[in-house]
Design a protein around this ligand. Structure first.
Ligand SMILES: C[S@@+](CC[C@H](N)C(=O)[O-])C[C@H]1O[C@@H](n2cnc3c(N)ncnc32)[C@H](O)[C@@H]1O
Length: 435
């Protein structure tokens, strides 16, 4: 068995994730993955298996442990992944039992560990015999314990929904360049191409596809009329209203979804797009080129003003900070495996440092939009409460009445899945002009 088998490819993907700590995005964009010569359909199945194994790991792993007499040794991680792939196909994908067992046993045989195929066969047949089901209660446990505890502590009665929605497959949502194209006309054009779509009820520039499709099939994608962006992320440009000629800083800008949207909505602004990752900035460059806009690009740590700030302060700042990404786990389920509880405190400290530094380069009278794709209160309303305590010259601007998300003591929170959006948080601050 080798690189033309989708299950074998998924096994390699998961080994890279576990052993090298690499994200699925990173692996799927790697030369190795791109060089695979299997059909689109098989590549799709490999991705589906890898996404599913991440999404359901915290359900499948204890289920498996419970069925093994002794823990799997570290050097047999391949067999552990194969076993979970079998469980995933049986319990979640609902693959026909005979096919799921056969394909999984074949994969185990190819690993050349004589004991493994018998074990795989026995475990999977037991699960079939016992008619195990993965019900809602079990599905809500598909997260590391520390994440469940945090979400339950933060959201009480709403936590169950946040957890269940976080396991759903996300829709493919598009942003229409509404300056150059009408949303309804675009929906009609998509229909002409056989792509079913509807306008998002809360976000006027957003179109939700009935099922995901390759961007190359989207009319107007190359011309920048359509971009892929979740509806919650599209709210940013409507909150940070920029006057013509404004000097704008997008402080954590890559890969540039919100930079492009700001420029489409306010074409006469002067934008500095800053990010600490050169690789991600390359994607920002490509995105801006595609939508036909430009920005001054700065590679730097936003908190280290000496390394990038030229002395001319900004009218508007978008601070879309690095965060736990706990609001986008339905899109990036590998976060469940890669993010550690011990990451949170350093992230909170980094957010504080960045946002304090950015404040000092905002003009008096200027506005800063703080955002994260997190549903953890510490990164959101608690962070803003601390910020307002530290900065006497900061005032919170109440966000306009809206039918997205829910108002919080500070800012507004979209919980994962509400109106089929990613989990997101926004707070708008202004710097008091005391002259
Ligand atoms: C949430 S993502 C930004 C998404 C982007 N605003 C968009 O809409 O496409 C956060 C970004 O912060 C960047 N980042 C992390 N630490 C940073 C720092 N100290 N200074 C500047 N950028 C940083 C990451 O490289 C990442 O691209």
């Amino acid at each position: 068995m080798n690189a033309d088998n989708p299950r074998w490819i998924a096994l390699q993907v998961m080994l890279k994730l576990f052993e090298q700590g690499r994200s699925l995005d990173d692996i799927f964009n790697s030369d190795w993955f791109r060089s695979l010569t299997v059909s689109r359909r098989d590549l799709g199945l490999s991705r589906e298996l890898a996404y599913g194994l991440c999404r359901w790991h915290h359900v499948l792993s204890p289920m498996l442990k419970h069925r093994l007499q002794k823990p799997v040794r570290a050097r047999d991680r391949d067999i552990e992944i194969i076993l979970m792939m079998g469980l995933y196909q049986l319990l979640i994908m609902k693959t026909e039992a005979h096919a799921a067992v056969n394909e999984t046993v074949k994969l185990a045989q190819a690993q050349k560990k004589k004991w493994a195929s018998g074990l795989v066969n026995a475990v999977l047949r037991n699960v079939i015999r016992e008619e195990v089901v993965c019900d809602d209660k079990l599905q809500a446990r598909a997260y590391p314990d520390w994440m469940i505890a945090r979400i339950e502590a933060d959201w009480g009665d709403q936590a169950g929904e946040v957890l269940l929605w976080g396991n759903q497959r996300p829709p493919m949502t598009l942003r229409v360049d509404s300056e150059h194209c009408d949303v309804e006309e675009m929906i009609a054009k998509l229909a002409d191409q056989g792509i079913g779509a509807s306008q998002h009820a809360q976000v006027e520039t957003a179109i939700v596809l009935e099922s995901p499709c390759d961007v190359t099939r989207l009319p107007g994608f190359e011309a920048g009329l359509l971009s892929v962006q979740d509806a919650a992320a599209q709210i940013a440009a409507s909150l940070l209203v920029c006057d013509s000629g404004a000097r704008v800083l997008d402080a954590c800008a890559a890969p540039g979804g919100k930079t492009a949207h700001l420029l489409q909505r306010y074409p006469n602004i002067d934008v500095d797009a800053l990010d600490s990752s050169e690789t991600r900035l390359e994607r920002l460059r490509q995105n801006l080129r595609r939508v036909g806009h430009s920005a001054r690009i700065l590679v730097a740590d936003a908190a280290d003003l000496d390394s990038w700030f030229g002395g001319s302060r900004y009218d508007c700042i978008l601070a879309d900070l690095p965060c736990s990404a706990s609001g986008v786990m339905r899109r990036h389920p590998d976060i469940k495996l890669l993010r550690r509880e011990s990451d949170i405190m350093p992230l909170l400290a980094q957010q504080r440092k960045i946002v304090d530094a950015l404040w000092s380069v905002l003009k008096p009278g200027g506005k800063m939009l703080y955002s994260t794709c997190s549903v953890f209160k510490d990164e959101n309303e608690v962070q803003i409460a601390g910020f307002l305590e530290r900065h006497a010259d900061a005032a919170e601007i109440t966000l306009p009445r809206a039918d997205w998300g829910e108002p919080r003591p500070h800012g507004r929170q979209v919980l994962t899945g509400s109106h089929n959006m990613d989990g997101f948080y926004y707070a708008l601050l202004s710097r008091i002009d005391s002259r």
